[in-house]
Design a protein around this ligand. Structure first.
Ligand code: UT7
Length: 321
């Protein structure tokens, strides 16, 4: 009998109080609330405390997801963390999270696919479960992007925020995850990157996020529309069959353009960007958790997740909740 993976629990965590656009102006960034809202839709974001790490935020989100699933960390046999802002070079953030959750023995590793990291990680967990090798997976997206922002670069620093989201996946006879599609194009690595590394005891290169905003914008709209169709067609569905789209939260204009091209009303799109900013790998599970907990997303509905970002990497995943 075919084994599916079913979403048994979701959870999320946002650090501190919201930091609105005017607070950034007050910090001396040469911008305005009007520019940020008009060009991006972002009104506020959350920023981690100086010592707060991706694994700590991931833990808070994970505990909520485990609670909803009605299991404990000891029951997990797979832990995957999607992050581009790991606690350390190594060990993986997933292993640090595993230790803090008190799980021993589960497979644990990080996935680095930047803003599509959560969709990549959920797809990987799904394939582990479908293969029969694992039965209970924790998938976390956790980011402290505020640490890699150049606060002198107004073209990027106003866009991002920190946070974490988590999903517990369980083996099930019924769907579950129906389809997924992942892609990347490394020839576009330079349009969104943090081109630095640690070498010989020093940071070399450039340790800040750099982005060609317009190139990223155009690429994102194009690939998100295509991958959404591809994912649905794999299982004989169309985007008309989707009850909810939970897209990566980067720019409201990207989200609107994508949903328009997909023929999907904005009423079916979950948007948290206005309050969270772009939290990279955390953005999709943060939005998913909000829409599950406020009961917009209900059992039996079909939900499409989409991620896109540095790599260039993108993907979509369709599930029945
Ligand atoms: O998660 C990964 C995916 N990332 C994304 O999806 C981001 C994709 N890109 C975007 O969202 C948009 O390209 C941005 C929001 C980053 C920029 O919007 P834009 O409409 O492409 O603006 P622009 O870069 O063409 O800049 C327009 C003007 C420039 O001034 P001039 O040259 O026209 O005088 C910028 O210097 O806006 C200026 N500008 C700002 N002004 C006030 C850039 N950033 C700011 C700012 N405040 N924060």
């Amino acid at each position: 009998m075919r084994v599916f993976s079913r979403l048994a629990g979701v959870g999320s965590y946002l650090p501190g109080s919201p930091v609105d656009n005017n607070a950034l102006v007050a910090r001396g960034i040469e911008t305005s609330d009007k520019w940020i809202v008009d060009r991006t839709g972002i009104r506020a974001r959350h920023l981690a405390a100086p010592n707060e790490t991706s694994s700590q935020m991931g833990r808070e989100a994970a505990l909520k997801a485990l609670d909803m699933a009605g299991i404990t960390a000891a029951d997990l046999d797979l832990i995957i963390v999607a992050t581009s802002t790991p606690d350390y070079v190594f060990p993986s953030t997933a292993c640090i999270l595993q230790g803090s959750l008190g799980n021993r023995g589960a497979a644990a590793f990080d996935v680095q696919a930047v803003c599509s990291g959560f969709v990549y990680a959920l797809t990987i967990a799904d394939k582990f479960i479908q293969s029969g090798s694992h039965r209970k997976a924790l998938v976390v997206g956790a980011e402290t992007f505020s640490r890699i922002l150049d606060w002198r670069d107004r073209g990027t620093c106003v866009l991002f925020g920190d946070g974490a989201g988590a999903v517990v996946l369980e083996a099930s006879e019924k769907p579950g995850i129906l389809a997924s599609a992942l892609h990347a194009d490394g020839s576009q690595a330079g349009i969104l990157s943090v081109p630095g590394q640690v070498a010989n005891g020093q940071v070399t290169g450039d340790p800040f996020l750099r982005m060609e905003g317009q190139a990223v914008f155009k690429y994102a709209v194009r690939v998100l529309t295509t991958v959404a169709r591809e994912c649905c067609e794999t299982v004989g569905l169309t985007t008309d069959d989707i009850d909810w789209l939970v897209p990566h939260q980067a720019n409201i204009r990207i989200i609107e353009a994508t949903s328009r091209k997909m023929g999907l009303s904005m009423e079916k799109v979950v948007v948290t960007l206005d309050r969270h900013g772009n939290t990279s790998a955390a953005s999709v599970p943060l939005a998913l958790d909000e829409a599950v907990r406020d009961r917009r997303i209900r059992r039996g509905q079909k939900v499409l997740l989409e991620g896109v970002g540095g790599g260039f990497a993108w993907g979509a995943l369709l599930f029945e909740f």
